[in-house]
Design a protein around this ligand. Structure first.
Ligand SMILES: [Ca+2]
Ligand SMILES: [Ca+2]
Ligand SMILES: [Ca+2]
Length: 314
């Protein structure tokens, strides 16, 4: 039994120490001369703008690549993972004693980088040398996709409808419009304003709250059809005012029935002035205007169980 276990361990050892073609080490020593074939860093950071044209190079503040020794080495770089959609290509470029690693977008009709879909790619790059099977090295390049102002603010919802009373006080907030812009920084900032100048309403440039700023009059106008724009601050910076979207705000103004009728009664002790027997004069007033201010009916509802009194309109 002991001998059996020992034999299995010996079989496993070569498997564990066999050099792997795809591992996390970033250096590999050539056995013949001890030359340290490796990238200057295990991880590099590079940036590239979204929507970049084909064959655009990513920028890196520090140089990426492998320092060459005295011998001539025909180094090649390949992206081996992190670019499933196939946006990038690794290029080698020898300048003096350094073989630069350059990451660029592919040529032709390849897919376009879109920061709003994916803003970072971590590419694993392998270096190998033609004719030198043992010289291999790996590094990672974290490519950050920078934002372009390629999206405009969008209202959601795009149509708003409110009904307000004619008597609504000044500076009352009557509605709020909302929009979003998926870009970041100033590219994602926007402000609101009315498409055309309006006298009775104001919109807050950043909150989208619409206020009443004038006196309403139902006799003049009962429906306002307002158009609000959201304009991208980023676009404004580049002098392009064209990118904006529009929301519609319908404001219906109503003369609301705000006041209850007010009853006042004056008792009469004498009926000499009247041919009929009037005991009291009941006044009913309603301060509302129009139909809302008209008195429909006045009835005695309590206090006269025998029905001896009645009301007469005059
Ligand atoms: Ca985009
Ligand atoms: Ca963008
Ligand atoms: Ca934008």
């Amino acid at each position: 039994m002991q001998a059996h276990h020992f034999g299995l361990a010996l079989l496993l050892l070569p498997l564990i120490f066999k050099p792997s073609a795809c591992n996390n080490q970033n250096t590999h020593k050539a056995p013949q001369d001890g030359f340290n074939f490796s990238f200057t860093q295990a991880v590099y950071h590079a940036t590239i703008y979204e929507n970049s044209a084909a064959r655009t190079y990513a920028n890196s503040k520090i140089k990426m690549g492998i320092t060459l020794d005295k011998r001539f080495l025909d180094i090649r770089y390949r992206i081996i993972s992190g670019d499933e959609e196939g946006f990038f290509k690794a290029e080698e470029y020898v300048l003096g004693d350094f073989c630069f690693l350059r990451i660029r977008t592919k040529g032709g009709n390849s897919a376009i980088l879109n920061r709003e879909i994916q803003s970072n790619y971590v590419l694993t790059v392998k270096a190998f040398v033609k004719g030198e099977a043992f010289l291999e090295a790996w590094t990672k390049v974290s490519v950050q996709v920078l934002d372009m102002n390629d999206l405009r603010p969008l209202f959601s919802p795009t149509t708003y409808s409110v009904t307000i009373a004619e008597s609504t006080p000044l500076r009352t907030s009557i509605a709020q419009v909302t929009a979003t812009d998926a870009d970041i920084g100033s590219n994602g900032e926007f402000y609101f304003f009315f498409k055309e100048k309006v006298d009775l309403f104001a919109v807050h440039p950043t909150s989208g709250v619409v206020y009443l700023s004038g006196k309403l009059n139902v006799d003049e106008q009962t429906l306002y059809n307002l158009e609000i724009l959201a304009v991208d601050r980023g676009m404004k910076l580049y002098g392009n005012n064209g990118v904006s979207s529009t929301a519609k705000l319908f404001v219906h103004v109503e003369r609301l029935n705000e006041h209850p009728p007010v009853i006042s009664a004056v008792t009469h002790y004498t009926s000499k002035l009247y041919k009929s027997s009037a005991y009291a004069i009941v006044n009913v007033e309603d301060p509302d205007e129009g139909l809302n201010g008209e008195i429909d009916s006045v009835v005695i509802v309590d206090g006269d169980p025998l029905g001896q009194f009645f009301l007469e309109k005059n």
